[in-house]
Design a protein around this ligand. Structure first.
Ligand code: ADP
Length: 234
């Protein structure tokens, strides 16, 4: 199902991209024309109502440009859904602690420093694309924050397990219903009112592409723990 979503979004992104290219070119052309029109010596020769419209046209174009940029960014993100099967696998070697710290500061915006604590993994290199590992960790951390109350208490522990590195994101939140443990990685499974149910399925898929895996469990004393296993580099 995830692959089908990937192909569909890639198709849409591709179709939207073509008209976007000429919208951009035309916007630039009209922008230059309006800038010319608004030069004082040209404005003078225009009837009053056209003069006002020439000034307004500049603002309208700025709005159109902003809309164009938002659509372009969205299309770029949609393209990210359709990754080639090998993407995520790479020989890039990264320091696990530094990577986890980066994900923690991305997901921890607006939270007290102590809300997400990173332990272990200093100098431990892992194999895999930095972007993919960061994306998985940020997804897990945001879920952990959302599952927690007003005072998130999240641990990000890194430890070596034979030829793998385990990165465990553990929270003290509401935990996962035992019956739901089998479903949380399914695309569109969500218990949130405005959730997409895609974060975990994409993360699961990415983890496999990295040559690793993603597991979920409840903690005995409350909360959930997700473990990402990735190949150790040395
Ligand atoms: P979304 O966040 O849009 O719901 P996800 O795929 O990221 O999509 O998560 C699917 C579901 O898994 C969530 O709606 C929630 O029920 C459950 N879940 C994920 N992470 C946690 C967590 N840390 N604690 C409790 N439940 C979780």
């Amino acid at each position: 199902r995830l692959e089908a979503i990937g192909s569909l979004t890639a198709g849409i992104a591709h179709e939207v991209n073509n008209p976007l290219a000429y919208i951009s070119t035309n916007l630039n052309t009209v922008d230059k024309f309006v800038a010319q029109l608004n030069r004082p010596e040209h404005l003078e020769g225009l009837p009053e109502e056209l003069r006002v419209q020439a000034r307004d046209a500049g603002e309208s174009l700025d709005d159109a440009q902003e809309g164009f940029e938002r659509i372009s960014n969205l299309v770029a993100r949609l393209k990210g859904f359709a990754r080639s099967p090998d993407e995520g696998r790479s020989s890039a070697v990264t320091d696990a602690h530094a990577l986890a710290q980066k994900a923690a500061s991305m997901a921890g915006v607006g939270l007290p420093e102590a809300a997400i604590r990173v332990a272990g993994g200093e100098g431990q290199p892992i194999r895999g694309s930095e972007g993919a590992v960061t994306q998985i960790l940020v997804n897990l951390l945001l879920n952990a924050v959302q599952a927690s109350g007003s005072e998130p208490d999240i641990e990000l522990d890194i430890s070596r397990r034979e030829d793998e590195v385990q990165i465990r994101v553990a929270d003290r939140g509401c935990g996962i219903d035992e019956e739901a443990l089998d479903q949380i990685f399914d695309p569109f499974y969500t218990t949130k009112r405005s959730g997409s149910g895609l974060g975990l399925s994409i993360s699961y898929d990415l983890a496999e592409r990295l040559g690793g895996r993603l597991e979920a469990a409840n903690r005995k004393d409350g909360g959930a723990a997700f473990s990402l296993f990735v190949p150790a580099a040395v």
